[in-house]
Design a protein around this ligand. Structure first.
Ligand code: SAM
Ligand code: DTB
Ligand code: SF4
Length: 377
C-alpha cells in the first residue's frame, strides 16, 4: 500500500529509491491501479489523451549498436533506408497527421548525434514549418549540444525526445557505442533551452525488474522531471540482437505505466511502441493506470502501429478525447533563420564510445544477411 502521504502529496518527489519503486511495482494490482488512477486524476484530465504522430525523417544506416534497433547499419534487417526528407514532404505528412487528430509530430533521425551544417539547417526549417501549422513539434535526433538545443528552441521546437532506454546497469548490455552519461548530458543540454524533455525507455529487453525500477529512479530524479515519458514494449525485429526476446505480458506494461504515473505524477506517460500486440481491454487498463499519450498512425519509425481509424474507434468506445495542442505548455515562438541570434558553433563534443563487447550484438553483426531464396522469386 502506498502511504497516504505519498498518494496525496502535492510536491513532486525526486528521491525515489529503487526499493520504494519495486514495492510500488509489486503492489497487488487492484491497489496499484487505484493508487495510480487517484494520482492521475489529481494532475490530469483522465478522459484526455495526447496523440503524437511519428515521422522517420532519416531512416536506417545508423552507426550505433543499440541492441534493440532495426536502424543500426551493422545488423541485417529489412529496413529500407532513406536520405533526409525534404521540407515540403514533411509539411504534407504533418498536415495529414493534423487532419487525423494528432496534436504533435515527432521527427526521428537515425543519427548518433546532430552535426551542424545543411542537414541540421533543413531540420530547423522542418521545425519552423510544423510549428507554424500550430502543432507541437518534437525531434529525436540523437545526442545534441546546448547550442543545438537552443537553435531548435529558436525554431519553435516544443519537445526533444532522448530516452534513457533502461537502467544504467543494464544499459551496458544493450549499447556499447555511447554511455548512459551521454544520454544524461543530452537531456541536460535540452534543459538549458526552453524545450520540454521527453525521455523514457523500453521494457522487454531481458532486463530484471530492478532495471525497470532503476530506470524510473534515474528519470524521476531529474529535476524537473521529464514532461513526457514514453514507455515502449520492445518491438523484436528480425536481424537485431533482440529478435528472439520473449514478448512482455500486458500486466507488465500496466504495472510499468502505473508505477511511472505514481513516481512522476505530472508527466505525460506515453503508451508507446508495442500497441499492435495489445488488446483494447489491455490498453484501456493502461489508460486507467495513468497513460495519457500514444503514438498514432500505422507506422512508428520503421515498424507497424495500429491503424488510426481503429485508435479513434477505441477512443470513442472509451470516451477519450485527443488533447488539444499546447494544453500543458504554451506554443513557442518561431524565429526565422534570418532573425536567428545563434550561430552554428561547429563543436566537436567529446561524446563517449565505451566500445566494450556485447556478445548478443556481436553475434547479430556477424550473422550473414539472409539471402533471398530462388523459390521466393
Ligand atoms: N537515433 C536517435 C536516438 O537513438 O536517440 C533517435 C531515434 S531512436 C529510434 C529513438 C528511440 O526509439 C530509442 O531510444 C528507443 O528507446 C526507441 N526504439 C528504437 N527501436 C525500438 C524497438 N525495436 N522497440 C522499442 N523501442 C525502440
Ligand atoms: C519513443 O520512445 N518511441 C518512439 C519514439 N520515442 C521515437 C520510437 C519507437 C520505435 C519503434 C521501432 C521502430 O519503429 O523502428
Ligand atoms: Fe541509431 Fe537511434 Fe537506432 Fe541507436 S536507437 S541505432 S542511435 S537510430
Amino acid at each position: 500500500m502506498i502511504s497516504n502521504e505519498s498518494t496525496h502529496m502535492t510536491k513532486t518527489k525526486h528521491d525515489w529509491t529503487k526499493s520504494e519503486i519495486l514495492d510500488i511495482y509489486n503492489t497487488p494490482l487492484m491497489e496499484l491501479l487505484y493508487d495510480a488512477a487517484t494520482i492521475h486524476r489529481k494532475h490530469h484530465d483522465p478522459n484526455t489523451v495526447q496523440v503524437s504522430t511519428l515521422l522517420s525523417i532519416k531512416t536506417g544506416g545508423c552507426p550505433e549498436d543499440c541492441g534493440y534497433c532495426p536502424q543500426a547499419a551493422r545488423y541485417h534487417t529489412d529496413i529500407k533506408g532513406n536520405d533526409l526528407m525534404t521540407v515540403p514532404h514533411v509539411k504534407a505528412q504533418a498536415l495529414r497527421a493534423k487532419a487525423s487528430g494528432s496534436s504533435r509530430v515527432c521527427m526521428g533521425a537515425a543519427w548518433r548525434n546532430v552535426k551542424d551544417g545543411p542537414e541540421f539547417d533543413q531540420v530547423l526549417e522542418m521545425v519552423r514549418t510544423i510549428n507554424k501549422l500550430d502543432m507541437e513539434v518534437c525531434c529525436t535526433l540523437g545526442m545534441i549540444t546546448e547550442n543545438q538545443a537552443k537553435r531548435l528552441a529558436e525554431a519553435g521546437l516544443y519537445a526533444y525526445n532522448h530516452n534513457l532506454d533502461t537502467s544504467e546497469d543494464y544499459y551496458k548490455d544493450v549499447i556499447s557505442t555511447r554511455a548512459f552519461q551521454d544520454r544524461l548530458d543530452t537531456i541536460d543540454n535540452v534543459r538549458k533551452s526552453n524545450v520540454t524533455v521527453c525521455s523514457g525507455g523500453i521494457i522487454g529487453m531481458g532486463e530484471a525488474l530492478e532495471d525497470r525500477a532503476g530506470m524510473l529512479v534515474a528519470l524521476s530524479s531529474l529535476n524537473p522531471q521529464p514532461e513526457s515519458v514514453p514507455i515502449n514494449a520492445l518491438v523484436a525485429v528480425e536481424g537485431t540482437p533482440m529478435a528472439e526476446m520473449e514478448p512482455i505480458s500486458i500486466w507488465e506494461m500496466i504495472r510499468m505505466v502505473a508505477t511511472t504515473r505514481i513516481v512522476m505524477p505530472e508527466t505525460q506517460v506515453r503508451l508507446s511502441a508495442g500497441r499492435t500486440e495489445m488488446s483494447r481491454e489491455g490498453q484501456a487498463m493502461c489508460f486507467f493506470a495513468g497513460a495519457n499519450s500514444i503514438f498514432a498512425g500505422d507506422k512508428l519509425l520503421t515498424t507497424p502501429n495500429p491503424d488510426v481509424g481503429e485508435d479513434m474507434a477505441m477512443f470513442k468506445l472509451l470516451g477519450l478525447t485527443p488533447q488539444k495542442p499546447f494544453t500543458k505548455v504554451s506554443q513557442p515562438k518561431t524565429l526565422e533563420a534570418s532573425e536567428s541570434q545563434l550561430q552554428p558553433l561547429g563543436e566537436k563534443p567529446k561524446w563517449s564510445r565505451p566500445g566494450h563487447s556485447i556478445e548478443r550484438n556481436e553475434t547479430a553483426k556477424a550473422k550473414p544477411k539472409p539471402s533471398v531464396s530462388t523459390t521466393d522469386l
